[in-house]
Write a new protein. Sequence first.
Length: 341
Amino acid sequence: MSRLRALQGYLVVRLLLAPLMLWTIVTIVFLLLRATPGDPVDAVLGPRAPAAVKEALRQQLGLAQPLWQQYITYLDQLRHFDLGTSLTSQGEAVTAIIARHFPATAELALLSLAIAFGLGVAIGSMAAVKAGSAWDVGGRLFGIVTYALPLFWLGMLLQLLFAVELGWLPIGTRYPMTLTPPSGPTGLYTVDALLNLNFHQFGVALYHLILPAVTLAIVLSGIFERIVRVNLKETLLADYVEAARARGIPERRILVHHALKNALIPVITVLGLTLASLLGGAVLTEVTFSWPGLGNRLYEAIALRDYPTVQGIIVFFAVIVVAASIVIDVINAWIDPRIHY
């Protein structure tokens, strides 16, 4: 009961600190956007627009106000859950932009994370079980190389190989423009296609998802491989594993039901934080593959100096990161009784 109360107290503290963390992120982004060179009015009207027209638009958008007044106005909007209106999308609300582009990012992130987790755990487990062998050396090399790979370079290399040279996979986009995409409640094409029992649409959506998802998964899998290999090696040398072997329990059962289960506890933390960063937008992957997700939209908004869109998307990402970190901490404490707060 005391441990449960400690966990509840920790959760309350984290929930109370969450608004402070979000406020810090919002403030930093607000100041950085206005400190960098460039004028959003030029992005909307073009550099050759008359000065009077530019000044009128600047007054309309509130950009002529003092910086502190813009900041107070923005915080007041956030207090009412208003992320503002895009400067470059014909007055579209930022919440509408997020709702339209987020499913593409979520679909890419979930599949990439599933592939990366499975690949990393498999290679890391093999390297740990066969410590000191060629498998172990290969596993370490895999973890180092994939972690160091530039994501955009790997994406272009796979595009050149599988799309241009071999012609096996499409070079980019989420769904062919000549076909009607799946419609449904989730916005995830693969899921909505299955809900509609339309397996042709599911195949087309998965066909376009494979290359960007695998590209992102390869880079992420090295993180999981290194963590699993190190922790599983230590776990296999633990006393309770030796005791299980002495009782005659098969090695496969020891690995799956005893050693691997405990070795995966730190992986859960990395899994949650990786998911948060993925949902925060795999910008390089989405830009490389022309994937219509939030990361790609954020890149466009930064290039166009679209303050409200950049701020709104980053605030949305920040909420996901903070929420994911709290959930993962609670899950870790629930799974592992050795964790105290």
